[in-house]
Design a binder for this molecule. Structure first.
Ligand SMILES: C[S@@+](CC[C@H](N)C(=O)[O-])C[C@H]1O[C@@H](n2cnc3c(N)ncnc32)[C@H](O)[C@@H]1O
Length: 216
């Protein structure tokens, strides 16, 4: 079965036998994980239409016994145990934070792919006792998707780790170069839109220099 490179990368990171996929939409990740990784899945979405499409896709593959579908907000009423992998992908950080904050329990492995504010997401994860075990960069349709695989544990990070990603920083230059160039480009755009005497100017100037240093 073919799925996008982004979803395949997420699937490859899953370590536990049960996947809880919050915001499953089409449930393609779940179908792939049952077929290719022999996992059992809980697929949930708050949107009624998304759940209908998920159910119809699951039926098409005859996987009704392997994938349970819940229409709910986040993990509310979902029987998630510590030995599940929780995946929340394709959303913004504020929605991901809402889902994490409202969850009664969180499992040992959480895989997140946010479309924005990664620094804020990493800081929250560390605050609740997780560390970034792996970070993957997937470029699709000219968009960089950063996928965080997090585990329970305490690791201390510096400011640049939160901004760029501790495990991205550890990658070989060939693997992270394009992403760093993208971050540098972003900082240049922000600086172009600011005046030199504006208070954020020096912050972004410093970020630009630090990101450039990461290229060496
Ligand atoms: C862009 S889709 C991403 C689908 C899939 N996870 C992926 O990565 O391709 C986002 C999905 O998250 C769902 N969603 C948004 N907020 C949610 C919440 N609080 N609880 C459950 N699902 C949510 C939306 O209804 C939508 O189907």
């Amino acid at each position: 079965m073919r799925i996008s490179k982004r979803l395949k990368t997420i699937a490859d990171l899953i370590e536990e036998p049960t996947l809880v996929d919050v915001g499953c939409d089409h449930a393609l990740l779940d179908i792939y994980c049952v077929k290719e990784k022999h996992l059992t899945c809980i697929a949930s979405d708050c949107n009624r239409n998304a759940c209908k499409i998920a159910c119809s896709n699951i039926q098409k593959y005859g996987l009704e016994n392997e994938i349970q579908v819940y229409q709910t907000d986040g993990t509310k009423n979902i029987p998630m145990t510590e030995d599940s992998t929780l995946v929340i992908s394709g959303m913004g950080t504020s929605t991901i934070l809402h889902i994490l904050k409202e969850s009664k329990i969180l499992p040992n492995q959480i895989i997140l792919q946010s479309n924005n504010h990664l620094e804020e997401l990493r800081r929250y994860l560390v605050q609740i006792g997780y560390y970034m075990e792996k970070e993957e960069i997937v470029k699709e349709k000219n968009i960089f998707n950063i996928i965080l695989s997090c585990k329970k544990g305490i690791v201390s990070y510096d400011k640049l780790d939160y901004e760029i990603g501790p495990m991205i920083r550890k990658k070989r230059l060939e693997e992270k170069k394009d992403y760093l160039l993208f971050l540098i480009q972003n900082e240049k755009k922000i600086l172009d839109s600011l005046k030199e005497n504006q208070k954020d100017y020096s912050i972004h100037k410093q970020k630009l220099e630090q990101y450039k240093n990461e290229l060496t």
